[in-house]
Design a protein around this ligand. Sequence first.
Ligand code: NAD
Length: 260
Amino acid sequence: MVARYFHAALTLHMKRAQDKVVIITGGASGIGRVSALRFAAEGATVVIWDIDAARAEATCAEIAAQGGQAVAAVVNTTQPEQVAAAAQAVHDQFGRIDVLINNAGITRDATLRKMTLAQWQQVLDVNLTGVFICTQAVAPFMEAQGSGRIINTSSVVGLYGNFGQANYAATKAGLIGLTKTLARELGKYSITVNAVAPGFIATDMIDSIPEKVIDMLKSRTPLRRLGTPEDIASAYLFLASDEAGFISGAVLSVDGAVTI
Ligand code: NAD
């Protein structure tokens, strides 16, 4: 009994990402921003890679105000040379890279007839190729240290499609194949690779959806609400934690059961 209380007390004081160096792409807004705040509160050194310098700096300032540690770099995840230099800079500054959260993503919605090749290509570049580029740049550092966590942000749309989102759905489904393949390739270095598939989450990304559609989405979700960025940050934190050490190649749906 005493041992149990002691263990509980110890757990209460232990931060879940203590001393981990965590890169979050797209950490300037939405899910990425909230995740950056959460990881920093759990003791991580957070590195934000985003194209939005002002919002990335604002997130770092918020983290610093709470006593956490974070740095931001303007990185376009679709640019291999920028990403490689940024990964090297993180390693030079902090000596290791423990977690890569491939969270940056965009939408350019249109139905098949109206979707331009540019819209198709932009979404593929950011949501899929960008994840490949970041992972290829960071994985060698994890391989050398013999540990690492890579978390890719898929979507329920990658599992069951969505009207007007052929490009987005293709990328989010593609990430699942990428995740499973890299889980196989990188497992021997004790690197886990997992995906999180959020349902509809209240962020800027879904701001343009009409109120009526939001109500319909809520009513079709068994838990009867939209997700929050905190719900997704919790899933990232779990997959990055020591408790998730034997979970790899998994797709964790965080969607209020909308996909069952
Ligand atoms: P958001 O638009 O609020 O944030 C995305 C961030 O990515 C922004 O800060 C943006 O500047 C950054 N970004 C865009 N292109 C970039 C690039 N090339 N390089 C670096 N940074 C770039 O979006 P969000 O809602 O927080 O979504 C985060 C992730 O979650 C995305 O991958 C998205 O597809 C996924 N997701 C979101 C929802 C949702 O309902 N919001 C649902 C499922 C999945």
